[in-house]
Ligand binder design. Sequence first.
Ligand SMILES: C[S@@+](CC[C@H](N)C(=O)[O-])C[C@H]1O[C@@H](n2cnc3c(N)ncnc32)[C@H](O)[C@@H]1O
Length: 233
Amino acid sequence: MKKDLFGKALLDYHSGNYSEDIITSTNISDEDELPLPYLFRGYSEMPKLEQKALQLAKGKVLDVGCGSGSHSLWLQDKGLKVKAIDYSEGAIQVAKERGVLQAELKPLLEETESFDTILLLMNGTGIFQELSQVSKYLKHLKSLLNPNGQVLIDSSDISYMYEDEDGGMWLDLNQSYPGELDYFLSYKGKEETPMKWLYLDFDTLNTACLTAGLKCEKVIDGEHFDYLARISL
Ligand SMILES: C[S@@+](CC[C@H](N)C(=O)[O-])C[C@H]1O[C@@H](n2cnc3c(N)ncnc32)[C@H](O)[C@@H]1O
């Protein structure tokens, strides 16, 4: 069972009880802090990939895995109609309290409306969890797109994480795809149930899109092996 520590952290920050950051780690990396203020970032603090995605958004928008609702709020202020979904109760409560007009507790695979723009930001491919689920998620996203619709999604090629100090590469041969990570999160001394979190390099995403009958183009590269892609029918 998920403890929704991510949602609890968002709720704490939102209600003025900010004392600690979220701690994350993966099967291939040590502990790292995820500063809570970052999860409430304004447009000027967003990476350029996210700013670009917001600029490209049009029509009726679905913000998948909206977190505290930062992207939804910006688009709403610009006059776009936005629906925000997340499977974290705390996230949805915070998004509503911050002013997201349509925020629903719902996993992506249970969404059924159709949209002109679907946003998946802050390693949007993470939601697919593992390579074997990518085609299922892409087909579902395809079913939610209006005829001229688009999916704007960011991810990274994390092969750099397998480089050792002298530039050599190591790979765990038991691991099927290097972007499939086990992701651990803790907050205020409590540990969340481990999750799977997927990073997809652009070529792998592009191939999966072609197989699902979708077009995929890279919009821009980010500053550290990351990129923004636009998927369309
Ligand atoms: C890395 S956070 C990003 C939050 C927000 N988009 C941002 O950029 O600040 C990922 C979010 O996706 C949500 N999430 C993960 N899997 C999901 C799924 N299958 N359906 C809906 N939300 C999901 C998590 O609860 C979390 O809020």
